[in-house]
Each structure stands twice: as structure tokens, then as C-alpha cells.
Design a protein around this ligand. Structure first.
Ligand code: HSE
Length: 437
């Protein structure tokens, strides 16, 4: 029987899950592939722990380069994260003509173009299902299942930490600062949660999805990234009163002028299934021209859900091992010479509907002044909510939902609204997406 020898870099949460799933489901996996997938070497800084996880059955080293240079290893599974040593290891494995499986979204978002070029030159596979939305097979769906379609847009809840925080804020009426500590205690957020809460992790994943949705290079540095740290409880509450939920969405859209590539808190109608994806779960909506909107839901992190994606990549490699590169699914789902260098639009050029919250003196004519500015900018109002001032207050919150306009037009309108004498402080602006068609 065919054998596929795996070298595992890192046997922490995901690496441990990968070893467990490969061992527990070995028979089923062999029935699927006609191949035995064996972990033959593991590199981890904690050698004793690695020996414990593998019950002393696997060669363990603390030298990851020993694994990528081991002539017996056919596939290197990179689960150590980061983009310095991980990049060196992946490129060395490729140079040694080994296939690579990685869950490292940061590495691919930043250096994927270089890594895929090296892999093509060496006729090896680099597989990365686990890099986006953990256990959800979204890479396979985009690259293969939806291959008949011209993809129009992709929008996803692709960071579980922030989805957990937003769910707690909405359900318990808590402020961001009150929830972040709980997210850390429960092990969702890292000790330094910056990548999660500032939207960087979601932007890494979105960058990968945009490249394979539209057949374009990875352009992480051009992604617009806004996290949830400034989000106010009041806006979550008002959005709900108007029939919307606030989610941190990664959105990428193809337009006539270029590609929108943006991560930010977004209002979505509560009637959409994706608006009801709560806790640390992930979901991605993909709109194809033939199929219409499709939704993919599941665990975006965790030992075995992520291992599920890592092992699925190993199954693909087991089936394709020995095949010529022309038989591999192309890295970005498009032939390398057909990848289009589409421009990414700056955020000022995107089109969106908007939620605005302003503090206004409760006097005649104030609202007329605001609506005149919007009308002069050709911005159409979709809904409006005025809250009564509290007993001891003279200012009221006004919430306006608008139809779609260009971001720079909305920003110009906001600047004019903020200059009105009856308006105090800054206008809060959130983007809104229908995600219907
Ligand atoms: N930190 C990520 C999240 C999990 O919160 O979704 C791994 O991608």
C-alpha cells in the first residue's frame, strides 16, 4: 500500500489535534485514500510533551530544520505560526521538494505569492485549508465546489474571538472592556489579543479568500482593517432596535473599478442566517453568479476542528502524490499565468450603506439641517430613529440608516453634519451590508 510520511512542525493545540485525528481515524482515512498516512517525525520545543502526545511512537526533535531536511519526510505540516522561522522552514521544505500543509494565515497573507511561486517551480503542493475559518472547508468550496462560478463577493465572520466578544456585548449589554477579560479567561483571546480585536487576523484570512475568489495575488498590505475596540454598546443596541446585528465582517467584492478588501464592524439584517452566528463560531457567505449566495458555517478554531482541515489537506496530497503539478488544483484556484493583478480600492472608493449616530440639540430644525446635507450629497435615508433625551439632558441621539453611497461622499456629508452648531462631538459611522443578493 502507498505510504505518505509526514513531518509535523509543532505539536501544540492544532498539532496535537492533528496527531489525534490521524491516529483515531487512520482506518477510515486509508479507506478514503488507499494510502497510509504516517507521522514519522515531530519537531517541538517541548520534546518531553511531544513524546507524551505521540506515546513514544514517533521520532521527536527540537530542531524543525531536521524535519524539513529529513529525506524520509514527504509532507511537512507547519503549525508553529509566525512568519520569520515559519517562512524559512516552509521555503526550505519546498526547496527539498516536499509538499507543505500549513494553517498559517499570516504567513500566506504576507508571503503567499513568493511561497506559491517557489512551490510551482518545485512541483509541490502547498495546501492551506486550515488557514481560513478553521474546520470550515471554505478553501475547497471556493477553489473547487464553486469553480463554475464567477465569484461576485465573499463576506465572513472569520474571527471567533471577536464574534464571541460581540455576542456577549449584545446578549449581556456589556461594554467591550468588560468582555475582553472574559474572552481571555476562557482562552478565546490571546494574552495580547491585538491581532484578533483589531481585525488583523480576519484581514489575513480575507486576503487569502479574495485571492482565490477572484484569481488575484495576495494583497494583505492593501486591505482596510478596522477592529471592534471602539465599538460602543449603544450602537449594538440601536442596531438591534432597527433589526440589525453588528458583526466583524471580512468583505471582498469585485467591482468594475477594482476589488474591495475590507474588515470592519458591520450591520447586517438580523433575518440573515449569518447574523445569527454567535459565540466563537465562524461563517462565510459566498455569492457566485450561477449559484447565488451560499453559506458555510462551523468552528473556526480549536484543536480537532482545525485538525479536520489539516488532515483533509493530507488526504488530497496522499491522492495526488506522484502526480504532475498540472493535475494539482492551482494554489489560488486559477492557472498561475491567468492570475490577474486586480487593483484593491482604497476605503474612500468603496460603496456601502451606512449607520450614523449623532448627538443633537433637541430643538426645531436640527433634523432638517442634517437631512438637507444628506440630500445635497444625493444620500438617500433608509430609516431613522430619534431617542428622547434623558430627563436631565438637552441632547438626543439620532440614528440614521442610509442607502448605498460612496464612502468619500458619506465622509464629506459627515464632516458637514459635524460642523452644524446643533451637533455635538463626532458622528459615529458604521457600514451596513444586506448580504442578500
Ligand atoms: N484567533 C483566531 C480566532 C483563531 O479567534 O478566530 C485562529 O484563526
Amino acid at each position: 500500500m502507498k505510504q505518505l510520511n509526514v513531518g509535523l512542525l509543532g505539536i501544540g493545540t492544532v498539532g496535537g489535534g492533528t496527531y489525534t485525528v490521524l491516529t483515531r481515524n487512520a482506518e477510515e482515512i486509508t479507506r478514503r485514500t488507499g494510502c497510509k498516512i504516517n507521522v514519522i517525525q515531530v519537531a517541538d520545543r517541548n520534546v518531553d510533551y511531544a513524546k507524551k502526545v505521540t506515546s513514544g511512537k514517533v521520532d521527536v526533535t527540537d530542531d524543525a530544520f531536521a524535519v524539513v531536511n529529513n529525506p524520509q519526510v514527504d509532507v511537512v505540516v507547519e503549525l508553529i505560526g509566525g512568519y520569520t522561522v515559519a517562512k524559512e522552514l516552509v521555503l526550505q521544505a519546498i526547496a527539498n521538494k516536499k509538499h507543505v500543509v500549513t494553517a498559517n494565515k499570516a504567513l500566506l497573507a504576507l508571503y503567499g505569492n513568493e511561497i506559491f511561486a517557489a512551490a510551482k517551480a518545485n512541483n509541490v503542493i502547498v495546501a492551506f485549508e486550515a488557514a481560513v475559518a478553521g474546520g470550515i472547508p471554505i478553501i475547497k468550496a471556493l477553489r473547487e465546489g464553486l469553480g463554475a462560478n464567477r465569484i461576485e463577493w465573499v463576506a465572513g465572520i472569520i474571527n471567533g474571538t471577536t464574534n464571541f466578544i460581540l455576542t456577549e456585548m449584545r446578549e449581556k449589554g456589556l461594554a467591550y472592556q468588560d468582555v475582553i477579560g472574559e474572552a481571555q479567561r476562557l482562552g478565546y483571546a490571546e494574552a495580547d489579543p491585538t491581532f484578533d480585536v483589531e481585525g488583523v487576523d480576519a484581514a489575513h484570512k480575507l486576503t487569502i479568500m479574495s485571492a482565490i475568489a477572484f484569481g488575484m495575488p495576495l494583497k494583505f498590505n492593501e486591505a482596510y482593517t478596522e477592529g471592534i475596540t471602539k465599538l460602543q454598546q449603544a450602537d449594538i443596541k440601536y442596531a438591534e432596535e432597527l433589526g440589525y446585528r453588528v458583526k466583524l465582517l471580512g468583505i471582498t467584492k469585485r467591482t468594475d473599478k477594482g476589488v474591495e478588501l475590507r474588515v470592519h464592524p458591520t450591520l447586517i439584517p438580523e433575518k440573515r442566517l449569518v447574523a445569527n452566528v454567535n459565540g466563537a463560531m465562524n461563517a462565510v457567505v459566498v455569492k457566485g453568479d450561477a449559484v447565488g449566495p451560499t453559506l458555510y458555517y462551523g468552528a473556526g478554531a480549536g484543536a480537532e476542528p482545525t485538525a479536520s482541515a489539516v488532515v483533509a489537506d493530507l488526504l488530497d496530497i496522499a491522492r495526488l502524490s506522484g502526480a504532475d503539478a498540472s493535475q494539482h488544483v492551482p494554489y489560488l484556484g486559477f492557472q498561475a499565468d491567468a492570475v490577474n493583478d486586480l487593483p484593491v480600492l482604497p476605503i474612500s472608493e468603496i460603496h456601502s450603506a451606512y449607520y450614523l449616530r449623532l448627538r443633537a440639540s433637541d430643538k426645531p430644525g436640527v433634523l432638517a439641517g442634517v437631512t438637507k446635507i444628506l440630500a445635497d450629497k444625493n444620500i438617500s435615508i433608509d430609516a431613522m430613529l430619534q431617542k428622547e433625551p434623558d430627563d436631565n439632558e438637552t441632547e438626543a441621539d439620532i440614528i440614521i440608516l442610509t442607502h448605498i453611497t460612496q464612502e468619500k461622499n458619506m465622509d464629506a456629508a459627515i464632516a458637514a453634519i459635524e460642523a452644524l452648531p446643533a451637533i455635538s462631538g463626532k458622528v459615529t459611522k458604521l457600514r451596513m451590508e444586506e448580504l442578500g443578493k
